[in-house]
Design a protein around this ligand. Sequence first.
Ligand SMILES: Cc1cc2nc3c(=O)[nH]c(=O)nc-3n(C[C@H](O)[C@H](O)[C@H](O)COP(=O)(O)OP(=O)(O)OC[C@H]3O[C@@H](n4cnc5c(N)ncnc54)[C@H](O)[C@@H]3O)c2cc1C
Length: 332
Amino acid sequence: MSDLLVIAERRGSEIHSSTYELLGKARELSLKRPFNVSVAVLSDNRLDEDATASLFSGGADKIIMAIDKSLGRFNFEPYTKTLAAIVKKLSPEIVLAPATTSGRTYMPGLAALLKTGLTADCTGLDIEEDTGNLLQTRPAIGGNIMATIKTPNHRPQMATVRPKTFSALKEPYMGNGEVESFEVTPEMIETNATLLQFKPIGEGKKGVQDAEVIIAGGMGLRKVENMEPIYRLTKLINGTVGASRKIVDSKWIGHEAQVGLSGHTVKPKIYIAAGISGAVQHIAGMQTAEFIVAINRDRNAAIFNFADIGLVGDAVEILNDLVEALESEVKK
Ligand SMILES: Cc1cc2nc3c(=O)[nH]c(=O)nc-3n(C[C@H](O)[C@H](O)[C@H](O)COP(=O)(O)OP(=O)(O)OC[C@H]3O[C@@H](n4cnc5c(N)ncnc54)[C@H](O)[C@@H]3O)c2cc1C
């Protein structure tokens, strides 16, 4: 049976949800063309039993652990060279990694070392049962078309996938569960880069990618001061502020809040889009939200085609009404 390798995203001692989403997709592909699904974990510490058990129930047949003190924090050269050695040893048909900041950084380097291709930021993956060609779908030409890319002449086939694009397994996977230690050699961790300082940003705050409720603002709010009811509302319901690119470009809010093709892909339980038109590039980042509420003055706005509830009216007025209603509920 051939191998499929998922590269784990670690945040400290925790395995990030994007790893489980890739494992879920790997198991789905494996139903069409059987794979041994391995997950590579690079770290300065061995995973504890709970994390190991979660990776197995999340879909891994094998965990490959590469442990070295230099692999504690992401560092391009040690990560890329260690991963290249793991891939050369395993010879997988497919290598998948999350399109996170680190995944987006090491995967091109890894593809170059392995002399193969890479499809970045995929939004869909499928497989041809007979050839094993991975069908890698991603937006192209400014998000106006979806292109499906194959790499029939090179192996491994490598792709990154945005977090929240796929779902983790709903039922636990029952595999054999094998842990393999991978020996990290001095050549693999040799680097010209020195980490001078590490500054975490937004510590303790939920980013849009992990948020369960997002209230996103767009240009229909007209001016930055009109973001105020969004901030009050998110505070009241423990939500997170999201944004269209136009208001990010207008510097009303930072890029970390941007949802869409050149921002983040999100999958909250509730997404409220206030004064957002529903351009394809925005929709690409939020259409998998479980429940979408759109507020727009124009009843023909494209966003309504994706909304579960549509409110036609002035976004600021409606948001202020909502804040008022919730605040009076809280006071009761
Ligand atoms: C390569 C590329 C990548 C891109 N990536 C992204 C991305 O990641 N994310 C993203 O969002 N965009 C992205 N865009 C930009 C995208 O095409 C749109 O320009 C952008 O999403 C529009 O933002 P908006 O809906 O806030 O503004 P607008 O298009 O200006 O829409 C404003 C909306 O507000 C409504 N409105 C006006 N007044 C009110 C009111 N008083 N009350 C209620 N509604 C009102 C209007 O009817 C309109 O529908 C990208 C574009 C390209 C080419």
